[in-house]
Ligand binder design. Structure first.
Ligand SMILES: C[S@@+](CC[C@H](N)C(=O)[O-])C[C@H]1O[C@@H](n2cnc3c(N)ncnc32)[C@H](O)[C@@H]1O
Length: 211
């Protein structure tokens, strides 16, 4: 997945991954992580979950390639913000959040203050296999000792290709082998991308606590 792929998706408004409602798994499970005050959303899009997290009193960091996505987020949610620049990033700052516009793989650890929690919905599974390993290595280098609420899906990828990609439980165990992994929930989901729905592909949603 190169950046152009995602810029095209945003330009053409092909953003079937975007949810109009808060994610119920976030609401049900986030408090199961050890207590934290600041949370990072990698590949954040214009996720409404950011609003919910800020409403709970958390300070939010995000990173997103698409400036269109970030601008839409602030406009649609009616959040006052300022824009500055640091290194390769445009920085969008509001009272309770900082969103970096640019490539996750170019982030430095000194761009984050006191942040150890991660919420990953549609981020790991947005990446092909090799990038997933690089992505987890990047998270480990940015946030040593992080804790995460991670949502993944499993399906038969021989029938249809990602994104979103199939990420098996075995792969999660390998990717986070230096961590404690608890499967909080795993169930068949009806909320599946259209291309999978059309082919009648069964999708399992898994929710993990990673500490
Ligand atoms: C599947 S969407 C998920 C968005 C969000 N997590 C949500 O739940 O709606 C993946 C997002 O990651 C962004 N993205 C992909 N690769 C990226 C990268 N290397 N750095 C920053 N953002 C990236 C894309 O532009 C896209 O908005």
């Amino acid at each position: 997945m190169n950046p152009e792929f995602w810029h095209e998706r945003w330009k053409d408004n092909k953003i079937g991954f975007h949810q109009e409602n808060y994610n119920q798994h976030l609401i049900n499970h986030i408090k199961k992580l050890p207590p934290f005050e600041r949370i990072f959303l990698p590949l954040c899009g214009k996720s409404k979950d950011m609003v919910w997290l800020m409403e709970q009193g958390f300070y939010l960091y995000g990173v997103e390639l698409s400036e269109k996505a970030i601008l839409s987020f602030f406009e649609e949610q009616n959040i006052q913000h300022t824009i500055s620049e640091i290194k390769n990033f445009k920085v969008f700052t509001a009272e309770n959040c900082t969103i970096y516009c640019g490539d996750l793989f170019e982030l430095d650890e000194n761009l984050f203050e006191n942040c150890q929690a991660i919420y990953d919905r549609a981020s790991l599974i947005a990446l092909p296999e090799k990038m997933r390993r690089d992505y987890v290595a990047k998270l480990n280098s940015l946030f040593p000792g992080f804790q995460s609420l991670l949502l993944t899906i499993e399906y038969d990828q021989t029938k249809v290709d990602g994104p979103p990609f199939n990420v098996s439980r075995k792969e999660v165990e390998e990717l986070f082998k230096n961590k404690n992994i608890s499967l909080l929930d795993g169930h068949k989901t009806e909320k599946v991308p259209k291309k999978m729905e059309d082919l009648g592909i069964e999708v399992i949603q898994n929710i993990y606590k990673i500490t």
